[in-house]
Design a binder for this molecule. Structure first.
Ligand code: PGA
Length: 261
């Protein structure tokens, strides 16, 4: 009942010209796949060009970050109001932002709330570092990131964007040690974190309906070759794909895998 979502996180790759090229390669292949929601998240500078090329397709656009205020004297920042003109999704709290730009759970929470308020669907990223994993702290870290990231958010209410069966929020479980390393988590391990920690926390906070209706993706070294095993795990509803989203054939292959072949 949860529709799979495959989202490409382009990170700081692709100029406008390169974006035009990649999107034009992606569109025919992605359009041919049904039953899977597809999204790409190019850098800010390429969003407008991508949005023009995606018009009339069912491929959705997302941003990789946002500021939490609608406008103001925040040199260099981009507001949710600006993104809402072009984007459906926005990635929030990616581990690279938490690590390199000091994003705390508090900042992540401000961003999640601002996105929801402006009609954007947050893809909230959570995940433990290698050190936390080895210290047996995965449950504590992931649970805290979900709980704090969603503080003050009321997804069970009638105003939730898609109602309680489609709460208008996506969570991505991305163990930091698996991102860009080629060392992917096992499907079984990722599924256990998602079911026992992420859905359990959602259920505690918002009730079972929201916990079962929320899509939770896996991210971290997902490739054409390993995608199928993730998508056959019952609690993994798709993937947030970094490196493999930068080549049309690789990304299309992952989307095809999510569609069951
Ligand atoms: P990766 O990145 O697929 O290159 O590991 C995933 C991500 O950072 O979202």
């Amino acid at each position: 009942m949860r529709r799979p979502l495959i989202a490409g996180n382009w990170k700081m790759y692709k100029t406008i010209a390169e974006t035009r090229h990649l999107v034009s390669e992606l569109v025919p292949g992605l359009q041919a796949v049904n039953g899977v929601e597809k999204a790409i998240c190019p850098p800010f500078t390429a969003l407008l060009a991508a949005s023009a090329l995606l018009e009339g397709t069912d491929i959705r656009l997302g941003a990789q970050n946002l500021h939490w205020e609608s406008s103001g004297a925040y040199t260099g920042e981009i507001s949710p109001l600006m993104l809402a003109e072009m984007c459906h999704y926005v990635i929030i709290g990616h581990s690279e932002r938490r690590t390199y730009f000091n994003e705390t759970d508090e900042v992540v929470n401000l961003k999640v709330r601002a996105a929801l308020k402006n009609g954007l669907v947050p893809i909230l990223c959570v995940g433990e570092t290698l050190r936390e994993n080895e210290a047996g702290r995965t449950a504590e870290v992931v649970t805290r990131q979900v709980r704090e990231g969603l503080k003050g958010v009321d997804l069970a209410s009638e105003d939730a964007p898609g109602g309680p069966t489609d709460p208008g929020l996506v969570i991505a479980y991305e163990p930091v040690w698996a991102i860009g390393t080629g060392r992917a988590a096992t499907a079984e391990g990722a599924n256990a974190v998602i079911a026992d920690m992420i859905r359990a926390t959602l259920s505690e906070k918002f009730g079972a309906l929201v916990a079962q209706g929320t899509r939770v993706l896996y991210g971290g070294s997902v490739k054409g070759e390993n995608a199928v095993e993730y998508f056959s795990a019952p609690d993994i509803d798709g993937a947030l794909v970094g490196g493999a989203s930068l080549k049309a054939a690789d990304f299309i292959r992952i989307v095809q895998a999510a569609a069951g072949g």
